[in-house]
Design a protein around this ligand. Structure first.
Ligand SMILES: Nc1nc2c(ncn2[C@@H]2O[C@H](COP(=O)(O)OP(=O)(O)OP(=O)(O)O)[C@@H](O)[C@H]2O)c(=O)[nH]1
Ligand SMILES: [Mg+2]
Length: 521
């Protein structure tokens, strides 16, 4: 039989009962002691609850969105993060960048070759086809030759180079096919707006070149765009590199028939070997072309500065055009592969105070037509790293050849700072490509010729950097919905050791904001 305890024989109840002969004073003391104990217990419960919330918050990934126009260095910054915080994965991925770097090199060579061939045709008096005037091999618009042609001293050497480097065109096509849409630059953005969203983060009705789609409501449009973005979220460089590794299916082949998969893998390796063989075979001719004084004259006359273009490897032909070439860290950061859609990147901090903290970084495509999708990420970010390349003050957007790049950057910065959804989000500005700015000013390019408000200031890098920084700060001050601190770093993110120092400061600052959100600081 089960014995049920009653209030009078339960030992705990008996223990808690006041003594039968308790005086009023003793009772007051006892009740006070009980109240104190209860308060201590409540405080402990509250602390446990707070710690639990903090743990939850700590476990919640820090989310960072990288923004900035195309070629501002977003992906290059992300690569620096990866190198610093996920070294094993970085090392494993490095070899896959070889094909991208080979393509970058070939593209520069073919741009020179195209310029040379056109001038040779002009010199021989052969008529140009209309297409000759439209684009280079990489689709870059060139100016029409209405100007008089100077007389270049072409020789048989140039005609031979044209013939001998011809096979690179097929290699370029092969590599582009394998690497997917990110391997080509966007050279026409139609009428896409600089900022295709409103101050409250909604897509502008005219945004993204969206003319002719007015039948859908703004909400439908927003959903449609986020859906598109979701679909394209695997289109980052990882999928491009996977394609190179595993072929266009992106599958490792491990699930299929073993022999067939192995055969397919072997065929891809042979294809990649053939690509490398052609490049190695063209090595000496590529060097001759790059070092040829007449070619240099042609480029100067056409105002082509190949060394300023993304993915410049012409000074590395000896290393890159080798059978056993393996990219080093800096090669990978310098490699150019345009971001299509969004690249999501996750890593966990391994060392230090924030060890174990997960980070999620979002790298978006920066061309005007890609920007519509940015706003769908705004409401959930701890921080934004905004990149503006300072060296671009004299350049035009590829996708809209009339728009000055720096003006475009100012417009974007203004729109990000004034956005109400981002009012409480930390924004960190990277004034990037300082190395290129220094090189440009050193060779005599005058800022005031492109930025009239620059006035009579000295044309040195320090003065220009300070001037641009002040302009960005003033915009932020003017348009931010609430006062916010101005965090800016001068960067050259291709310099990986310098960038590591900047990233440490950035990590610390973002983490503080993240933890402050959980009242941990
Ligand atoms: N010299 C120099 N090159 C840089 C710097 N930052 C980026 N680059 C190069 O500029 C090119 C473009 O950089 P990306 O990181 O691909 O630019 P992005 O902002 O991701 O461009 P999208 O993907 O088109 O939006 C790459 O070849 C980079 O290596 C820099 O500070 N100095
Ligand atoms: Mg990118």
């Amino acid at each position: 039989m089960v014995r049920v305890s009653t209030s009078t024989d339960d030992p705990l109840t008996l223990l808690m009962m006041p003594p039968p002969n308790e005086s009023p004073e003793e009772r007051a003391v006892r009740e006070q002691a009980e109240a104190d104990a209860q308060a201590r217990s409540d405080a402990i419960d509250a602390q446990i609850e707070k710690d639990r919330a903090a743990m939850k918050r700590r476990k919640k990934a820090v989310k960072v969105l990288l923004l900035g126009q195309s070629e501002s260095g977003k992906s290059a910054t992300l690569k620096n993060f990866q190198m610093q915080y996920a070294p094993a994965e970085w090392a494993a991925e490095r070899a896959s960048w070889r094909a991208v770097i080979q393509l970058n090199l070939i593209r520069s060579v073919l741009r020179m070759l195209d310029a040379l061939v056109r001038e040779m045709q002009a010199a021989s008096g052969s008529p140009h086809s209309p297409a000759d005037y439209l684009s280079d091999s990489d689709g870059e618009a060139i100016s029409s030759s209405s100007r008089p042609h100077p007389h270049f001293a072409f020789t048989d050497k140039h005609r031979l180079l044209k013939l001998r480097l011809g096979p690179l065109r097929r290699v370029q096509e092969d590599l582009m096919r394998r690497l997917g849409p990110g391997s080509a630059e966007v050279t026409s953005g139609g009428s896409a707006l600089a900022v295709p969203w409103s101050k409250d983060g909604r897509p502008s009705s005219a945004g993204g070149g969206g003319r002719g789609r007015s039948a859908s409501s703004p909400r439908d449009e927003e959903r449609r765009q986020s859906h598109e973005f979701g679909v394209s979220s695997t289109n980052g460089w990882k999928s491009a590199l996977e394609k190179i590794k595993w072929g266009s299916s992106g599958s490792s082949g491990s699930n299929g028939d073993g022999a067939a998969a192995q055969g397919a893998q072997r065929r891809r390796e042979i294809e990649l070997d053939e690509t490398t063989d052609v490049i190695v075979g063209c090595k000496e001719d590529m060097k001759v072309l790059w070092e040829d004084p007449v070619v240099r004259e042609v480029l100067a006359q056409r105002r082509k500065r190949i060394e300023d273009s993304p993915g410049f490897f012409l000074d590395d032909i000896d290393r890159v055009a080798c059978k056993d070439y393996e990219p080093n860290d800096e090669d990978v950061v310098r490699a150019r592969l345009r971001t299509v859609g969004v690249q999501t990147y996750q890593f966990t901090i391994e060392k230090g105070r924030a060890a174990g903290q997960d980070w999620l970084m979002y790298d978006v495509g920066g061309t005007r037509s890609s920007r519509t999708a940015w706003a769908t990420f705004f409401d959930d970010m701890d921080a934004i790293i905004f990149l503006s390349p300072l060296s671009c003050f004299d350049e035009k957007l590829r996708e809209q050849r009339k728009v000055n790049r720096l003006e475009d950057s100012y417009l974007l910065w203004r729109a990000v700072c004034e956005n109400r959804v981002l009012a409480r989000t930390q924004i960190i500005l990277f004034l990037n490509k300082v190395d290129r700015l220094q090189a440009k000013l050193a060779r005599g390019v005058q800022v005031r010729e492109y930025i009239t408000s620059y006035g009579d200031r000295a044309n040195d890098a320090q003065t220009a950097m300070k001037y641009f920084q002040t302009h960005f700060r003033d915009i932020m001050k003017e348009v931010s919905p609430h006062p916010r601190p101005f965090f800016a770093h001068f960067t050259s993110v291709v310099n990986t050791s310098q960038t590591a120092v900047t990233l440490n400061a950035v990590e610390e600052s973002i983490l503080r904001t993240h933890l402050r959100g959980a009242d941990l600081l």
